[in-house]
Design a protein around this ligand. Structure first.
Ligand code: GLU
Length: 487
């Protein structure tokens, strides 16, 4: 066994939100490192200047912070392998230096072909009807003198990888095993672009090697390019890292997660009232499973139990219902104060009356799955909707209907007018006495009262608890209004 310290990296491109797939890669990289007491590094891959989005780097930092995936090294934490931002690495000349080394070895070459010429190569069509542009190695035949003359004349150029037209290349992935591709299938990909920036394809190899990365976890969209990367490692005589390419995450309809489905990014989920710990827990299970059937894991437990050999190759289905359930479990387990702090804006969305907001928060804590469930669940504390259906008074099991309800409300109104103690317990006692006198079931009385007080069939609190929250005056007002509605 090697004694090398595990070093993993999360290498996002600052192109917008943090997608669930990216977060999963980050999480698995983090877990692999932390499981072995290794180093988890952040590298910003900003070489594609056209895709750069203002503010996206901040989102990356914020997400890592919120999810608890603390990096040990990164642009803000020097660990001796910097710079940690690719555009800054470029300025050190590192990519050009290695590209030139490849040219020396015959593994790469300058290409001066212009757009028009490249366009004219687009003649091949693959089975999906898409044009395949395979570069025809035109510039490989330029003599050293021709190349030098072009460079001296300041002709724009790219540097391409030189992949032979015969033989094959094999590359190993921990999940997918050995993958062999015929070299003729592989395009001479660009390593250095006209603007001098390296492509991802080149930079990922140079950086992973020079930053001593031991394990790379990334989406399997990179699987098909990996043989080309392997050729680069081999050309340099470098040992490649352990690769773990992760299966696609799909929605319930087995389609790729999309923005429209609302669960494509971490920010979307947080905005929808999910909590970071639950999202992390859920995402850990998108492709990985522990030896037992446990589902709820703290980050520390994940660090302890995570084993990348147990990642599955089959596509992971993002099940919103499951995440909602898990989030509900996390909310139940939260301490009240932090729960209340997070719930407050959602409560304030619908409650402006001077009510005991803490009490209202208590009523929903064990009932919601996401914080966004709160407003709809509690809006009746603010006001009863005028137009609720009186059909709601009819409840088979409670043996109630509009007529019995009218009687109960009319009977209990003076009792509730008399009552001065509007605590839940006192109200319950008083109403229980009425239940007993009448010789009816509790629900026969409480159902109509709760309907009158809420205009809803489902509430997070029973009739007397609602009375306690809204107080005497409002209680009586609502019951009188219900009597009028039923009369
Ligand atoms: N910058 C790449 C991305 O965000 C990183 C892929 C990788 O992890 O190598 O997709």
């Amino acid at each position: 066994m090697s004694t090398t310290k595990i070093r993993t990296r999360y290498a996002p491109s600052p192109t917008g939100k943090m997608h669930v797939g990216n977060l999963r890669s980050a999480l698995y990289e983090f877990l692999i490192a932390k499981h072995e007491d290794g180093v988890f590094m952040l590298r910003i891959e900003d070489t594609d200047q056209e895709r750069f989005v203002e503010g996206a780097t901040e989102i990356i930092y914020r997400t890592l912070e919120l999810t608890g995936l603390k990096h040990d090294e990164g642009p803000d934490k020097d660990g001796g392998y910097g710079p940690y931002v690719q555009s800054e690495r470029m300025k050190t000349g590192i990519y050009m230096k290695y590209a030139k080394e490849l040219i020396e070895k015959g593994e790469a070459y300058y290409c001066f072909c212009d757009k028009e010429r490249l366009e004219s190569l687009k003649t091949q069509v693959d089975e999906d009807g898409k044009t395949v542009t395979m570069y025809d190695k035109h510039c490989l035949s330029l003599s050293k003198e021709e190349v030098e003359a072009n460079l001296a004349a300041g002709k724009p150029f790219v540097i391409r990888q030189n992949i032979p037209n015969e033989g094959s290349t094999t590359f190993h992935d921990e999940l997918y095993g050995d993958i062999t591709v015929d070299n003729v299938e592989m395009d001479d990909m660009i390593l250095i672009k006209t603007d001098g920036y390296p492509t991802y394809n080149f930079a990922n190899v140079v950086d992973d090697h020079t930053m001593n990365i031991t394990h790379v976890v990334r989406g399997n969209e990179y699987l098909s390019s990996s043989p080309k990367y392997q050729r680069l490692y081999d050309a340099f005589g470098w040992e490649s890292p352990v690769y773990v390419h992760l299966p696609l995450i799909t929605d319930e309809n087995h389609k790729k997660l999309s923005k429209r489905s609302g669960h494509s990014s971490f920010e979307d989920l947080i905005e929808q009232g999910f909590i970071a710990e639950a999202v992390v827990n859920y995402i850990a299970l998108l492709g990985w499973s522990p030896e037992d059937n446990r589902e709820i894991f703290t980050l520390d437990e994940l660090i302890r139990d995570f084993d990348y050999h147990r990642i599955s190759k089959s596509p992971a289905v993002f099940d919103m219902g499951k995440l909602r359930w898990m989030n509900g479990e996390y909310i139940k387990a939260m301490d009240f104060e932090p729960f209340y702090e997070r719930a407050l804006p959602y409560i304030r969305e619908v409650i402006t009356a001077p009510l005991d907001l803490k009490h209202i928060a208590e009523t929903v804590k064990s009932r919601i799955e996401t914080f966004a469930d709160i407003p709809e669940m509690i809006d009746f504390f603010q006001a009863v909707p005028d137009d609720y259906d009186t059909e709601m008074y009819t409840h088979k099991k409670m043996k109630t209907d509009a007529a019995t309800s009218l009687k109960v409300l009319t009977d209990t109104l003076p009792i509730l007018e008399e009552q001065s103690d509007y605590s839940n317990d006192a109200l319950y006692q008083t109403l229980s006495a009425y239940v007993e006198r009448e010789g009816v079931k509790t629900g026969y009385v409480m159902w109509p009262l709760r309907t009158a007080l809420s205009g809803k069939a489902v509430t997070p609190a029973g009739a007397t608890e609602i009375m306690e929250v809204i107080g005497k005056e409002e209680t009586l007002k609502r019951i009188r209004a219900a009597i009028e509605k039923l009369s």
